[in-house]
Ligand binder design. Structure first.
Ligand SMILES: Cc1cc2nc3c(=O)[nH]c(=O)nc-3n(C[C@H](O)[C@H](O)[C@H](O)COP(=O)(O)OP(=O)(O)OC[C@H]3O[C@@H](n4cnc5c(N)ncnc54)[C@H](O)[C@@H]3O)c2cc1C
Length: 339
């Protein structure tokens, strides 16, 4: 394994069926069977009968996976960035500043290029003591649209996670055609905090921060070898959520010959089609997303919403979802294949 130690703080959330055991018990920060969406005039609360929304400490998960690998005799770890890699005769050559290695197989998780028309999901989160807030938050608020839209060509919302009894994560997020400076997203997270704080906000309240940028749509791997992770389409196009896709890719590995399960998109044809249409609509006019999410979160139960987000849905569920959506932009997007 080659690459610098990944020390980024990462709160990774995903839905899990209540009756399926978790593979990450020791890294779970919290889990909830209710989640909310907040609009200027109302709040939708979803209840998961079958699904939980779970927050995992990505940093500790990665550390423990690496530790487990290091216990294997055949594992070698080179803590340096890869400078170059190339296909050679029946093998791959990988060069770092201090070493050149050859390998029969090469899996490469370095970030891919975003494809044409792929939207960015960019976010900046700050974690503060929960007693900063006027009102104690009990359920995750997956999309809060109470701040005015403030970026051109982008749908902006705040994601608020009551991580522990003492801490809360406030994350400003955009679905956008192009990235914005992270500082602008940090300011938005602070604006939400100031609006919802019990008293004066000051910078000393920030415990830690995290940020990232995930693809919503096709990606183009940049390197030879087998792409994995985001580079092989593990992020769900309509949401940027990547962990459950990655888990599907990995669980396929033990059932298949060859590596196609980890190097290809893990999502069903039905979800790929629905995501493509959804992203076409969003790409033309990102802020239309507000009315789409208002309709969708109102029209679906918690389980149907979680089922859709985790690609656990069938054609009948898809029709139910379509019935909740504003019709014109979607019919137009199906008819005009312009992005
Ligand atoms: C802050 C944050 C929050 C997230 N939240 C969620 C969430 O709530 N739900 C969800 O499902 N997903 C979430 N994700 C996405 C998810 O954690 C992962 O990004 C996803 O699982 C894909 O993993 P990956 O290995 O492809 O990418 P990464 O985890 O980004 O790994 C890429 C690796 O490549 C390494 N690398 C980069 N350049 C080089 C180089 N030159 N040489 C060697 N190595 C290199 C990096 O060090 C890194 O370890 C989040 C991501 C971030 C950053």
């Amino acid at each position: 394994m080659i690459g610098p130690t990944d020390n980024r703080v990462q709160t990774i959330c995903t839905w899990r069926r209540k009756n399926e055991p978790t593979q990450h018990a020791e890294h779970i920060i919290n889990s909830w069977d209710r989640w909310q969406f907040s609009f200027s005039d109302h709040v939708e609360t979803h209840h998961g009968n079958k699904f939980l929304y779970e927050a995992i400490n990505g940093q500790s998960l990665k550390k423990s996976l690496e530790l487990r690998l290091s216990e294997s005799e055949n594992f070698t770890r080179l803590v340096e960035p890869v400078d170059r890699s190339q296909a050679a005769d029946n093998c791959f050559e990988v060069a770092t500043e201090n070493a050149i290695l050859t390998a029969t197989n090469l899996f490469d998780s370095r970030p891919p290029k975003f494809g044409h028309g792929t939207l960015v999901q960019q976010f900046f989160g700050i974690v503060v003591p929960s007693n900063c807030l006027r009102e104690k938050l009990v359920h995750p608020r997956l999309m809060d649209f109470t701040l005015p839209q403030q970026f051109d060509g982008a749908l902006a919302f705040t994601y608020i996670l009551p991580l522990t009894a003492e801490t809360v994560l406030i994350e400003a997020t955009i679905f956008a055609r192009t990235k914005v400076p992270y500082e602008a997203l940090r300011s938005m997270a602070i604006e939400w905090l100031v609006t919802n704080a019990g008293g004066e906000f000051n910078g000393d309240m920030v415990l830690y921060e995290e940020s990232g940028c995930l693809p919503m749509g096709n990606v183009v791997p940049l390197f030879p070898g087998h792409p994995i992770g985001l580079a092989s389409g593990s992020a769900r196009p309509c949401s940027g959520y990547a962990l459950s896709g990655l888990q599907r890719q990995l669980s396929g590995l033990s059932h298949e010959n060859g590596y196609s399960s980890v190097t290809c998109s893990p999502y069903s044809k039905l979800s790929a089609w629905m995501d493509r249409i959804f992203l076409r609509v969003l790409n033309r006019e990102p802020q239309i997303g507000l009315s789409i999410f208002a309709a969708m979160t109102h029209g679906l139960t918690g389980d149907r919403f979680a089922g859709f987000m985790t690609d656990n849905f069938n054609a009948v569920d898809a029709l139910r979802l379509i019935a909740t959506l504003p019709k014109y932009p979607f019919i137009d997007a199906v008819l005009k294949n312009d992005i």
